[in-house]
Design a protein around this ligand. Structure first.
Ligand code: C5P
Length: 329
């Protein structure tokens, strides 16, 4: 069961929500000989979501139509159109399908499972790219979970996770959990109970490349920020958790982009409980106790021209999909 994921099912099209994540801690423990870094990170899914809708097909082709949601109209259109044949012209298939992690996930599952069914996928994006919010990984995980059902494979989560780890370091998190400590490359998942809080997330006008940010980082093997944040969350002490937050990639990101420092200063003036960059950036978030505080901060930040401002809640306790027939995957 994946917090934040839900499934809309009708005759032949399955629709799932693919939530973004933020990192309350991200510690780079060591460089590894394989070019990756040994990490310890505490990740929370939040209810800024892409929508992935999949129709299984008898022919083995996998087709992917991808578009940016433009507010509620596009979102509603997806829900209303669920189950209806979608005209190809109505959707721009902008990213080359084979470069998209969703296509790669479905292809990998299809070949590993040795099946000859295909899929017709519509991906509606709301999670910004190059943002450290895990958008592409969330989409890939949603694709695996939905295809597992649509193709009636009955694979266990553990088995799906092995494929997920081949697709990207963050994908296993989205397959298994809405709140977790992730270790190794990021693929070793220990689920935790998600805290209840509100977030404001800002994606500045310029994104950051994950490999470039990692190249600039200095491993810190003994900081133990993740343990501090986790212990605070276990006690239900969100203030202490926010105070203990640390992102080892923020320094190198600030060296690459002036936006990160600007966002740090802007968030310091919002009265949030704590703030930092998410993942390898470039998005930045603040934590808030109440929706009203987050709403006020979001309004102030929107007036400062520092990027796209989103308000979110931790996905495990959100009302994603309410009003629709839903089931937890
Ligand atoms: O696994 P994923 O494809 O998301 O990783 C993208 C890039 O991020 C890698 O090529 C690597 O440069 C960097 N990375 C890393 N250590 C990790 C995860 C990612 O260095 N644990």
């Amino acid at each position: 069961a994946t917090a934040g994921m839900y499934l809309l099912r009708n005759d032949w099209r399955l629709t799932a929500c693919a939530p973004a994540k933020v990192n309350l801690s991200l510690e780079v423990l060591a460089r590894r000989p394989d070019g990756f870094h040994e990490l310890e990170t505490l990740m929370l899914a939040v209810d800024v979501c892409d929508t992935l809708s999949l129709e299984p097909t008898p022919a083995p082709q996998i087709t992917l139509h991808c578009q940016w949601a433009t507010g509620l109209v596009a979102a509603r259109r997806v829900y209303e159109r669920t189950g209806l044949p979608v005209s190809a012209q109505a959707w721009s298939d902008l990213p080359a399908a084979h470069d998209n992690l969703v296509w790669q996930a479905l292809h990998l599952l299809q070949t590993t499972a040795g099946i000859r069914l295909g899929a017709n996928v519509i991906l509606t994006k709301r999670i910004p790219a190059q943002a450290g919010l895990g958008g592409a990984s969330a989409d890939a995980a949603a694709a695996l979970l939905v295809a597992n059902q649509a193709w009636q494979l009955h694979w266990t989560t553990a088995r799906l996770c092995e494929l997920a780890a081949q697709l990207g370091s963050d994908v296993p998190f989205f397959v298994t959990s809405g709140a977790a400590i992730c270790r190794g490359r990021g693929e070793r998942i220990e689920a935790i109970r998600p805290p209840r809080c509100w977030l404001v997330i800002v994606r500045p006008p310029v994104g950051l490349s994950t490999p470039a940010v990692f190249r600039g980082c200095q491993p810190e093997p003994n900081r133990r920020a993740t343990a501090v944040v986790r212990a605070a969350l276990d006690r239900g002490d969100l203030s202490a958790a926010a105070q203990g937050m640390h992102n080892g990639l923020q320094g190198p990101a600030e060296a690459l982009s002036l936006w990160i420092g600007k966002l740090r200063e802007a968030f310091a003036r919002t009265g949030c409980i704590g703030h930092q960059m998410s993942g390898s950036g470039s998005s930045y978030f603040g934590l808030f106790w109440h929706a009203a505080q987050a709403r006020r901060a979001a309004a102030r930040l929107r007036g400062q021209n520092i990027g796209a401002v989103m308000m979110a809640q931790t996905a495990g306790i959100s009302t994603i999909g309410s009003g629709h027939k839903q089931a937890t995957l």
